[in-house]
Design a protein around this ligand. Structure first.
Ligand SMILES: Nc1ncnc2c1ncn2[C@@H]1O[C@H](COP(=O)(O)OP(=O)(O)OP(=O)(O)O)[C@@H](O)[C@H]1O
Ligand SMILES: [Mg+2]
Length: 400
């Protein structure tokens, strides 16, 4: 991370787990749901860092996440114990909320299924290079309430890998065809996300903001997603980044480079400095028409990885194994250049849903029908062979 943020009475960097302890204590002492901003403000920490701590607590079931517009969190029966399980750091905590309260809180050791963490009494620890905690194993709930099942990335859960990259300030770029799980991963990793959905018409104003007219006819400048993410220490997700004109995308680069600043030319040349926690992650589909992965973009997003459909995950999500066999078969033929399309996780999930609603025959016909026109015959034939049924792309029939 860099720059100490703008206003906040922030009290320097905390050791690994210490902010999580403070957040857990704070929540446990204040029943009822609270927004990330509310907690961050009271603790004098950036919303991004507090959001990360809350995410980890919720992923470990040590706090409850309440889906909805402003995402909110509340303490659950495990929150107080989670706070107590993290050894407080020697120097006096800046603004620790109320003492332990309830719970027969054992001094330190004992009952914590949590990860090993550092031994107990740390001497004058010289500030370890501490990556983010890597506890996530089971499913993670996305802000919209959907369940995300983490996959392995860099030897750990993908959501933890992304959070570690954020903590270390390394921008990442996810590449993959539609429906493989790029957005889901980024949303699962960062509940405090702000998204810019890129296309060829995306403008600089879509990033930095623009003047809009008030009802009284006067104008005010409304900050865009890049500026809000910078000011609030949040994550900016640039989806379909390679469809955006390189000159437009370049407006983000100064925020990602060492100075973490941008100048908003359209608003009196104002300079915005990124708060702690600000991070940029981008997604793109290299195969789509018009995608341009410029050297400038590629060199900024130093951590790049591919997101392909995980067929084992599809199976564990309850998708008919014959559909998975057909999808794998088509994916192999696509790799060999024999066909141009294979169903990804999104289509497989839709297939399962339509099977539930209308039955297998309709779901098969629909799956064949969603394939691009030039690949439809191959898809229908593969499905027919795998399921031992005639498959024709779905179409309206005769009058009833
Ligand atoms: N790891 C996962 N666990 C559970 N569901 C997943 C997972 N990954 C993806 N999905 C589901 O797969 C579907 C497609 O995922 P998603 O929308 O993230 O794909 P995408 O790669 O962002 O697609 P696009 O490029 O079209 O934006 C969604 O319904 C999502 O909920
Ligand atoms: Mg997406």
């Amino acid at each position: 991370m860099t720059a100490p943020a703008i206003p906040a009475p922030a009290t320097g960097r905390l050791g690994n787990g210490q902010l999580r302890r403070q957040v857990a204590e704070w929540l446990a002492a204040r029943p009822g749901p609270h927004t990330v901003g509310e907690i961050a403000k009271d603790l004098g920490r950036s919303a991004g860092a507090v959001g990360n701590a809350l995410t980890t607590l919720a992923d470990r079931a040590e706090a409850s996440r309440i889906a909805g517009k402003p995402l909110r969190y509340e303490a659950n029966s495990a929150t107080a114990a989670a706070a107590a399980a993290i050894t407080p750091k020697a120097p006096s905590a800046p603004k620790a909320p109320a003492p332990p309260k309830a719970a027969p809180a054992a001094p330190t050791p004992a009952a914590s299924p949590a990860p090993p963490a550092t031994p107990a009494a740390s001497p004058a620890a010289p500030k370890a290079p501490a990556p983010a905690p890597k506890a996530t194993r089971g499913p993670v709930t996305r802000p919209g309430g959907q369940v995300y099942r983490p996959r392995v990335l860099a030897g750990m859960a993908d959501v933890e890998a992304l959070r570690t990259l954020r903590a270390e300030g390394v921008p990442s770029l996810l590449a993959g065809p539609p429906g493989t799980g790029k957005t889901s991963l980024v949303e699962a990793a960062f509940p405090d996300l702000i998204t810019v959905a890129g296309d060829g018409d995306t403008t600089v104003g879509d990033f930095v903001g623009e003047y809009t007219q008030r009802p009284d006819g006067t104008y005010e400048f409304i900050y865009g997603p890049l500026i809000r993410a910078m000011q609030e220490g949040r994550v900016l997700f640039i989806d379909d980044a390679t469809l955006i004109s390189p000159a437009v995308l370049a407006v983000c680069y100064p925020a990602m480079d060492g100075r973490r600043e941008v100048t908003v030319k359209a608003h009196k040349g104002e300079t915005i400095t990124a708060a702690d926690g600000f991070y940029v992650v981008a997604g793109h589909n290299p195969g789509v028409h018009g995608a341009v992965l410029t050297e400038a973009l590629s060199s900024r997003f130093t951590f790049q990885f591919e997101v392909a459909t995980d067929y084992d995950l599809a199976r564990s999500l309850g998708i008919d194994s014959r559909a998975i066999t057909a999808a794998r078969n088509l994916a192999t033929r696509q790799a060999n250049g024999e066909t141009g399309w294979a169903p990804q996780l999104r289509e497989l999930l839709a297939f399962a849903k339509i099977t539930k609603i209308f039955g297998l025959d309709t779901a098969l016909a629909n799956l064949a029908g969603v394939a691009p026109a030039e690949d439809r015959d191959v898809v229908a034939e593969t499905l027919a062979k795998t399921f031992g049924k005639t498959v024709r792309p779905l179409a309206l029939g005769r009058q009833i």
